[in-house]
Design a protein around this ligand. Structure first.
Ligand code: COA
Length: 372
């Protein structure tokens, strides 16, 4: 068995962003228009009036202050409330591939590696722009990596599941290096007209370069161990699968976009994640005192504070469990990797850290890393 290390990470951050105030202003303008258009039905008690959103609620319920998006104008147009992302001709690179290539080039530059040395690309994300050919194969061609590539989807846990997939292949010796890229265009599967979730998501792409840890001396993170788990639940679901085009009114079907029972998710996922991490640490003989940092999935600040307390047995000190969701919102599988990429350089050789993602499935993935 070969040792594995994460030698580089990269983040593509879209140029456009939306503050909570801007989002709420657009949402509330949409509410006013919708209520005016439906006033007779509302007055007759046939439909309920839409309720306005508020910045205070968003910050209190989630900790999110703004989000990056691929298209601001479409989302903030009260008559549209959906990004304008036009389908590209087959000859042009797909949007996800472009985002992933940017993040991958940053990861390669950080590791000082050429694309040709990479033997596999896994595009691990919650939604894919098309069914096939795999986005990962397109990324392979755009980057000029060798070997093979394929797409994976384990919702918000896609990146950690991708890391274990890559690490296991490197351990077994079938490949020497791999890129796990997670381009997440969450804005395209969010229902921006639903007050309960319109503030949740943002767009981003991350890349993680993993290599066989032999003869390496540059700063890196050894992958000590990985652990994955899944348990079926309908509480986070998106039905926009391959059958969608057989439905006449696909545009009107709320279940064709992200849906969640947020409160149930909150209640059910917390014990699942805490138990998963505790089991993984016990198996590896890692105690709370050994952990210098925890990079968690970025969906909700209260949730992360709770998990941090559970894992460490005390309130995390500032910086011990970095959050990036105030700036990026929930970016699905990319969240824990953004936190890892932006808040890990200062660790000293021998320091241990834990990356953990969780989300739809339910799914949870954890990676214990050691600074070298
Ligand atoms: N603005 C103002 N008020 C709002 C609102 C908004 N945008 N959205 C909901 N509210 C209201 C609700 O109507 C409710 O009012 P009520 O108490 O009179 O019924 C109240 O605020 C509380 O709503 P609730 O949905 O229970 O809030 P919450 O504190 O549970 O927070 C989530 C909602 C979604 C942020 C939270 O449950 C969560 O983060 N869950 C986990 C989500 C997760 O991890 N998902 C994974 C996705 S990948």
């Amino acid at each position: 068995m070969h040792a594995v290390a994460i030698t580089g990470t990269g983040v593509f951050t879209p140029e456009q962003s939306i503050t909570n105030d801007e989002l709420v202003a657009a949402f509330n303008a949409h509410v006013d228009r919708w209520n005016a258009d439906h006033h007779a039905a509302i007055a007759a008690g046939e439909v309920a009036a839409m309720e306005p959103s508020s910045t205070e609620f968003i910050v209190k319920a989630s900790g999110i202050e703004r989000r990056y998006v691929m298209d601001r104008a479409g989302v903030l147009d009260p008559d549209r409330m959906f990004p304008k992302l036009t389908a590209r001709p087959d000859e042009a690179p797909s949007i996800m591939a472009e985002m992933a290539v940017d993040a991958a080039r940053k990861a390669l530059a950080r590791a000082g590696r050429e694309p040709g040395a990479v033997e596999a690309v896994f595009c691990a994300a919650s939604n894919h722009e098309r069914a096939y050919p795999a986005i990962a194969v397109e990324i392979q061609a755009l980057l000029g990596t060798s070997g093979f590539a394929f797409d994976m989807n384990v919702a918000c846990s896609s990146a950690t599941f991708g890391i274990q997939t890559a690490a296991d292949m490197i351990r077994a010796g079938s490949i020497r290096s791999a890129l796990v890229v997670s381009p997440e265009i969450c804005s395209a599967h969010l229902e921006w007209r639903d007050r309960d979730c319109h503030f949740i998501f943002g767009d981003v792409a991350t890349a993680v370069l993993l290599e066989r840890d032999e003869g390496l001396d540059a700063p890196r993170f050894k992958v000590r161990s990985t652990r994955l788990a899944t348990q079926f639940s309908n509480n986070i679901r998106n039905n926009d699968g391959f059958l969608r085009r057989t439905h006449d009114q696909m545009q009107d079907r709320r279940d064709m976009q992200f849906m969640q029972n947020g409160r149930k998710v909150f209640k059910e996922v917390l014990p699942l994640v805490s138990t998963h991490i505790a089991g993984h640490m016990a198996e590896e003989g890692v105690t709370a005192e050994d952990l210098r940092r925890i990079w968690l999935h970025q969906a909700n600040k209260t949730m992360n504070d709770f998990i941090g307390r559970k894992v460490l047995g005390r309130d995390p000190a500032p910086g011990e469990q970095p959050n990036i969701l105030q700036d990026y919102a929930n970016t699905s599988s990319a969240g824990s990797i953004i936190a890892f990429s932006q808040h890990s350089d200062d660790l000293a050789p021998g320091d241990l850290g834990l990356i953990c993602s969780f989300g739809a499935g339910y799914s949870v993935g954890s990676v214990i890393v050691e600074r070298a």
